[in-house]
Design a binder for this molecule. Structure first.
Ligand code: ZN
Length: 310
């Protein structure tokens, strides 16, 4: 057993892509995938941090960069066939939470997977994947199964050699639906904190979206991260918004005044004690993401200065 109980999302230090472990016990010892039996490591409150693909479910599909993974429960451990419906609980709920929150999932393939991407022996760490979407459907045996599409979300080369991997004869690859625009919502401690403090209610409209896996909201950076904005990932640079108002805010259709008025919605920003958005970042947003013509906004510094407030 791993000594720590803290769940780690993403890479385990010292464990590189392609590293092979001889057994589930070794995998657990290295904290790559801590449960020694279950295929999904995670909880419904925290999300899933890792999965093992080892051929346990008849409905799993492995395309290398893309995996359609079947949730757990409802199968006969001897025959591996479904004998009951699966429920959106435990590991299944954990994967849904990882999708909702954009958490990285470590993927491990076992030699008994029966896939061209499986290792020759043992259990191989194959890097980080993102849970792109999930749904439920009738499995091959007629019972309800939860299915999760995981897509490789890792810049490093895969452990398998793509060109050297033959597609087995007769294993016709099912047509894949066209990839639609997908926003992977990154989650950070600050984002989680702000969303929880606001009870997942939008600070513009008060809406909270309830889903079977829990409430959904988005943490919107006021001053964007990354070049050229270099906004910080801190609570005072975040708003808790519904998806619609997040998009409107990001696209500058909504701005927030120094008095926390929502310009464009004719309302006042909903505030919760303990979280005060930075007026400096709000000003930056107004100046650089709001309507291009800043005339009419009071106290806007010279645009030509370019960088905004430090
Ligand atoms: Zn809203």
């Amino acid at each position: 057993m791993a000594k720590t109980t803290e769940r780690v999302f993403g890479d385990i230090p010292g464990v590189h892509i392609g590293m092979v472990f001889g057994s589930r016990a070794e995998l657990a010892q290295a904290s790559v995938h801590r449960p020694t039996m279950a295929g999904i490591s995670g909880s419904g409150s925290e999300g899933a941090d890792s999965i093992v693909l080892s051929g346990g479910y008849e409905d799993d599909e492995d395309f290398g960069d893309e995996i359609v993974y079947t949730g757990h429960g409802g199968n006969d451990p001897e025959t591996r066939r479904q004998i009951a419906d699966q429920e959106l609980t435990r590991g299944n709920l954990a994967l849904a939470v990882s999708c909702r929150e954009g958490l990285p999932v470590r993927v491990v393939r076992g030699a008994d997977l029966g896939s061209p991407f499986a290792p020759a022996s043992g259990y191989r760490y194959d890097g980080r994947y993102a849970v792109e979407d999930y749904w439920h459907q009738q499995g091959r045996s007629g019972f309800l199964v939860w299915r999760y599409r995981l897509r490789r979300d890792d810049d490093r080369p895969p452990a398998w050699a793509p060109a050297a991997t033959p597609v087995p004869a007769g294993a016709a690859r099912p047509a894949r639906r066209p990839v639609t625009t997908q926003r992977i919502v990154r989650s950070t401690a600050a984002a989680v904190w702000v969303k929880q403090l606001h009870g997942h209610r939008c600070q513009v409209c008060g809406l909270r979206l309830d889903t079977p896996s829990g409430p959904y909201a988005e943490a919107a950076h006021i001053r964007p991260l990354g070049s050229p904005h270099h906004g910080p990932d801190t609570p005072d640079n975040l708003l808790c918004l519904c998806p619609n108002h997040h998009v409107l805010f990001d696209l500058g259709a909504l701005t927030i005044s120094d008095a926390f008025e929502v310009v464009g919605a004719g309302s006042h920003l909903r505030l919760v004690p303990g979280h005060e958005p930075s007026r400096e970042h709000l000003r930056y947003h107004r100046e650089h993401l709001g309507p291009a013509a800043t005339a009419g906004w009071p106290a806007v510094e010279d645009e030509a200065a370019g960088e905004g407030p430090a």
